[in-house]
Design a protein. Structure first.
Length: 423
């Protein structure tokens, strides 16, 4: 459900099944969870009562929306909106959002432009897709200096960790950045005459089979499982109603809520609307370019960064439009939504563009609030049902395939299934 890079296992990339530890428990996941899945499906078929998706009363059709990812049409900034928001505000109005509401949002006290989300994303994409030569050079030099790092030209978490380890051990700011200046630091260290490893000795790791046993231990240790089991029992009536409606096992939904937000104990430290607005405004590369001077070294690099900022900014504008529409239609204040830095909100960390498609009113109050348990539980159930959870779900591969649509990480799937079985 969260916005991610479309690259393998940069935190996301799913495969898998239930952990071996779960299989070895009496009646392990291969049996207990399959029985639960089949029972839920049978209950749905017997009840014939799956409710329709309940939408808030808006007084009119959905506002028009441009195709995802297109840059905003050129036009005038919205009058009365402070910079750097004017052009973005105008684009949102041309997209169909109400002018007075848009103007009010950008006048909200405390709404401040932050270039950090776009800077972080551009650095990540630049290191993976553009300056792979620089990344590979840094990886090679780190390996020669004794650091264990995969030499693949991709600036992923493993590379950042190795960079930070070197920086921290040599009195440098441990920011984890791969830059020409840092590559030069490593080059000087190699020429200082110390003992180094030869690149000819490097052997890339052998391809591994998908790991179907690893889980996120903070969610699967005995204490954590006890806490989510208690949450599930306290709200069991809600989960059972959702099961009857959508045929999705309650423990599965509870597991996702536990892993995404600690069952509502941590919704994220960012203000989702403010982060998306900052990213959307950063489609104008001039707003973020000064922070990327170490990457913006020639016209070709600048072209890549500027074009990527425009594309990512257009994506963020579409997500912001969806978030604002959702909030206003349901009488909610978008600036009060905590969330991820890329705009995921609620118990299940829905991206705003998925809210209109899959979120439902679970408590019957004629509005959708994903920070309320009933709406979150039913919305996650509806998402899974719409992505293929139906009929006989005794096949582990079929279960994994549906959960993959929620988060494309093998370890995430393992954890969801382990916790669901433990509940």
């Amino acid at each position: 459900m969260r916005e991610t890079l479309a690259v393998p296992e940069a935190g996301l990339g799913m495969t898998g099944g239930v952990s071996e530890a779960a299989r070895r428990r009496p009646g392990g996941a291969a049996g207990a969870f399959a029985i639960l899945a089949v029972a839920a499906a049978v209950a749905l078929a017997a009840s014939g009562c799956a409710p329709r998706v309940t939408r808030p009363v808006t007084g009119g059709p959905d506002p028009p929306r441009p195709p995802q990812g297109q840059a905003p049409a050129e036009g005038r900034p919205l009058a009365g909106v402070p910079e750097p928001w004017g052009q973005l505000a105008g684009a949102l109005v041309r997209q169909g959002l109400p002018e007075d509401s848009v103007r009010g949002f950008f006048r909200t006290p405390g709404l401040a432009f932050d270039p950090a989300p776009m800077e972080t994303k551009l650095r990540e994409l630049f290191g993976i897709f553009y300056r792979s030569d620089l990344t590979r050079l840094v990886q090679e030099r780190l390996y020669q200096l004794g650091y264990d790092v995969l030499i693949d030209g991709r600036n992923g978490p493993g590379t950042r960790k190795a960079v930070q380890a070197y920086q921290g051990g040599h009195g440098l700011p441990a920011d984890g950045r791969v830059t020409p200046a840092f590559a030069s630091v490593l080059g000087r260290a190699l020429s200082s005459g110390g003992r180094v490893r030869q690149l000819s000795d490097y052997k890339p790791p052998a391809p591994r089979k998908p790991d179907r046993t690893s889980t996120h231990a903070q969610f699967t240790n005995a204490g954590a499982v006890g806490r989510i089991r208690a949450h599930y029992q306290a709200d069991r009536e809600l989960f059972e109603r959702m099961e009857r409606a959508y045929g999705v096992p309650g423990p599965l939904v509870a597991s996702i809520m536990w892993i995404e937000t600690g069952y509502g104990s941590y919704f994220g430290k960012a203000r989702a609307a403010a982060s998306l607005a900052s990213m959307a405004a950063s489609a104008d590369y001039r707003l973020v370019g000064p922070r990327l001077a170490d990457l913006d070294v020639d016209s070709e690099a600048r072209g890549y960064l500027s074009e990527t900022a425009a594309k990512r900014g257009a994506w963020a504008r579409d997500e912001l439009a969806a978030l604002l529409s959702y909030a206003w239609e349901n009488g909610l204040d978008p600036m009060q939504f905590p969330g991820s830095v890329y705009g995921a909100v609620g118990y299940g960390q829905f991206m705003p563009s998925n809210i209109r498609r899959f979120a439902v009113d679970g408590d019957g109050d004629r509005r959708i609030d994903l920070f309320q348990k009933a709406d979150a539980i039913f919305s996650i159930g509806n998402f899974l049902r719409e992505h293929g959870w139906s009929g006989d779900m005794s096949s582990e591969e079929k279960r994994r395939g549906v959960i993959r649509k929620y988060n494309n990480s093998g370890v995430y799937i393992n954890t969801v299934l382990y916790v669901a079985d433990a509940i």
